[in-house]
Design a protein around this ligand. Structure first.
Ligand code: GLC
Length: 742
């Protein structure tokens, strides 16, 4: 209690000193004054303690663990904890910090709440395929609400890394290949997590990761080298980070990879010149898990003391799990290599966030057992997870409209994943619990009747055991249609989960081939966390539904889409290649000097053994209905520097069912001082159309949307001719043209 009293005395001193500064005008200035008042009371050890983040033993998300973190909290040597949740455990640790440490500074509690806390939503790549910003923001809002109810106040999300590398397992955590869509989703997720008031007990601090360009590892191998031009970084990879920061994110996580030869965690160009000086970031930067230590492996420093120096000089404020700041920052000051002002700057940033979270007003504000009980799995949360899961699914094929299934049809369900609950939650499932949820099989039986749903596992999602094939064939013979659920193990995506081939694993496709010999309609449902090579499966299946790892309500969502209770509306946000040899393949490619459409057959940018086109392009997704697009009309064909162009199309639902369509608008800059992509997404709108209904959809194109880093690296536009494309994906589009005038 002694400590608690002393800290309460300290806090009252803080408030008194603040009130005396009557001229303080804004909330931030008030917080700055409070932060300075605390800083004045802190020893150097206590300041460094605020720059330290340790994992509790509750969850393991990296290579090292530390057992004495509780002592460090008590001694003011650890100001932040991650991988600890539930009100009971958070309160226990917070009590040690507030009542047993000398100053009683409250802890931050972080966790990887990536796509839900207890109610798990589809993996982020799946959610992005909904192209539904409201749904995505709502998903983050609910994740934050449940996380905050569990005592947490910081999530290590959104992950906004652009990627064109399906071999990289972490594409599952992001929003795909496109900077325009990725930027809008990044902002939506930050708004969802942080809301309008960080001190609200339904919001948590967002953490934009992984800064920067982590999504471009050579060969798709996690943690591998990233090497790209500054122009590609600034025009393609940076925008989503900028968008998240513009949306108010107050923490950023540095990435494991090197960037232009310097690991991001010690890269001053990234952490200070770009992040602070260009993007105006005001929060704090936390390293990734021991990424400070790992700069020794990178070979830019000889030891961890040098790593601490490189990181603090680059602008890193907090060391996650590495114990490098804890061990060496004081030594660096004693050696005169850094001064205490540098430490103070980082501590100010961290304390400022703690004040904004309301932790100094009430360190236990996120610890309310009754709120935790009524919030977790609230019916409206489960309903939202069901809705987002449906919206995320992408219909890739539907030959002869064998989908939707008809209620009462006898279906044979095949595949281990059909009966899996764990895999529905995907990777980074945080505190998600699959024991109470229903599998796809459970939901199909419930919807269509036990007697109308036969099941045989057939084979595992991995391995070469074919002993179940015969049973699967026998089961399928007794049904009208076959629904085979195939894909990846949930842990085959996410961190440290790169694959050297991106086929369907094991013998799942072999079994599909055998089932095909029965000449019955086959529906393939995919559960995966990355684009896969599906050329074989596409030949064998009559219909393909991309379900991703759809979350807590995924079984019901798959069932309702298969039976047409919901008309699928998702569109791919990453290109699905025809084969691995095409990778990296993405829609915003350059034309090259020998484009494939040139007259001669030989000397052009193509393969001897494969087409250039992917199997399924960016933005692609079918519906149970059909849509037709009118030609594009433009408000003008000449865009002035101070003007805009309104581009419009009329979209008609020409089918027999109501449905949703994502109308996409792309442009192409035909001539630039540097080569320009053949298409760039500059607008989209998801619309609902009743059967037979038409709707006019318009996009406003401004010069700013056409800006890029020119040959001299200045940012802006160049006058000249442009094409515009509007359609339901990046391939099948209506086209027109316009000029940008000086
Ligand atoms: C991991 C991940 C990062 C995560 C962190 C904490 O290594 O790279 O995304 O937030 O550690 O779990």
């Amino acid at each position: 209690m002694k400590n608690y009293l002393s800290s309460m005395v300290i806090f009252s001193f803080i408030f008194m000193s603040c009130n005396s500064a009557a001229q303080i005008s804004t909330a931030d200035k008030k917080i700055d004054a409070k932060v300075d008042s605390v800083l004045k009371l802190m020893t150097l050890d206590e300041k460094i303690g605020q720059m330290v983040l340790y994992t509790s033993g509750w969850d393991v998300t990296g290579p090292t663990l530390k057992s004495d973190y509780i002592d460090d909290i008590r001694n003011g040597k650890c100001g932040n904890i991650f991988n600890a949740h539930t009100v009971e455990y958070v309160r226990k640790l917070q009590k040690i910090a507030v009542e047993e440490s000398r100053l009683g500074i409250p802890l931050l509690f972080g966790y990887d709440v990536i796509h839900g806390h207890k109610t798990i939503f589809p993996i982020s790549l799946g959610e992005s395929a909904s192209w539904d910003l409201k749904a995505i923001e709502k998903s983050a809002r609910i994740a934050a609400t449940e996380a905050a109810a569990s005592g947490l106040n910081w999530t290590f999300a959104p992950m906004v890394d652009i990627s064109v590398e399906p071999r990289w397992g972490r594409v599952s955590e992001g929003a795909g290949e496109d900077p325009f869509l990725g930027s809008q989703i990044a902002a939506a997720r930050v708004r969802g997590f942080q809301g309008n008031n960080l001190a609200d007990t339904t919001t948590v601090l967002a953490c934009v990761k992984h800064f920067a360009a982590y999504g471009a590892p050579l060969a798709g191998r996690d943690y591998n080298t990233v090497d790209m031009s500054q122009r590609v970084f600034l025009d393609v990879y940076l925008p989503p980070y900028k968008s998240a920061i513009d949306a108010g994110a107050l923490s950023v996580m540095s990435s494991f990879n090197e960037f232009d030869g310097v690991p991001a965690t010690g890269n001053r160009y990234l952490l200070t010149e770009i992040l602070r000086n260009q993007l105006g970031f005001k929060g704090f930067v936390v390293s990734d898990y021991t990424s400070v230590n790992e700069m020794v492996h990178h070979g830019v420093v000889a030891n961890e003391e040098e790593a601490a120096l490189l990181a603090i000089k680059a602008g890193l404020d907090m060391d996650m799990q590495g114990e490098v700041y804890a061990k060496y920052l004081k030594k660096l000051i004693e050696k005169g290599l850094i001064d205490e002002k540098t430490i103070d700057q980082s501590v100010r940033r961290i304390l400022s966030v703690k004040f904004k979270l309301g932790l100094f007003d009430d360190p236990y504000r996120y610890c309310n057992e009754a709120r935790e009980k009524r919030t977790i799995y609230a019916p409206e949360h489960l309903e939202a997870a069901f809705d987002v899961a449906k919206r995320s699914m992408v219909l890739l094929k539907n030959e002869n409209n064998i989908l939707p299934l008809k209620k009462g049809e006898k279906i044979a369900v095949i595949g281990e994943l059909a009966n899996s609950k764990r895999d529905l939650l995907g990777s980074w499932k945080a505190a998600g619990d699959w024991n109470f949820i229903k599998s796809i099989l459970d939901e199909l039986k419930e919807y269509n009747g036990e007697k109308n749903v036969l099941y045989a596992e057939g084979c595992k999602k991995m391995g070469d055991d074919r002993t179940g094939f015969a049973q699967a064939m026998a089961t399928a013979r007794r049904a009208d249609k076959i629904v085979m659920v195939i894909g990846e193990d949930a842990e085959w995506t996410g961190e440290a989960a790169s694959r050297s081939n991106i086929n369907i694993p094991g013998v799942q496709t072999e079994l599909l081939e055998q089932l095909k010999t029965l000449n019955k309609p086959i529906v393939v449902v995919l559960m995966n966390g990355r684009p896969l090579v599906l050329a074989e499966e596409n030949k064998l299946a009559d219909a393909i539904l991309e379900a991703w790892f759809p979350g807590t309500m995924g079984g019901k969502a798959v069932t309702h889409v298969l039976f047409g209770e919901y008309n699928p509306s998702g569109k791919l946000t990453m290109t699905f290649p025809l084969n691995l040899g095409q990778v990296p393949i993405f829609y915003y490619e350059k034309n090259t000097g020998r484009p494939i459409y040139l007259g001669n057959d030989k000397y052009k940018s193509k393969y001897l053994d494969s087409p250039n086109d992917p199997l399924f392009p960016f933005g692609f997704g079918l519906s149970y209905t059909t849509f037709e697009y009118s030609d594009i009309t433009l408000s003008t064909n000449e865009l002035q520097q101070d003007g805009n162009i309104r581009a419009s199309v009329t979209v008609t639902n020409t089918g027999k069912r109501d449905g949703e369509e994502v109308v996409q608008c792309y442009v192409r800059d035909l001539v630039g001082s540097v080569t320009r992509p053949v298409k760039e997404l500059k607008g989209f709108e998801k619309i609902f159309l009743k059967a037979g209904e038409s709707k006019k959809v318009s996009f406003t194109i401004t010069p700013d949307l056409l800006s890029f880093h020119r040959q001299d690296m200045t940012y802006g536009t160049e006058p000249g001719d442009f094409k515009m494309f509007i359609g339901g994906n990046s391939r099948d589009v209506k086209e027109t043209s316009f000029k940008l005038i000086n």
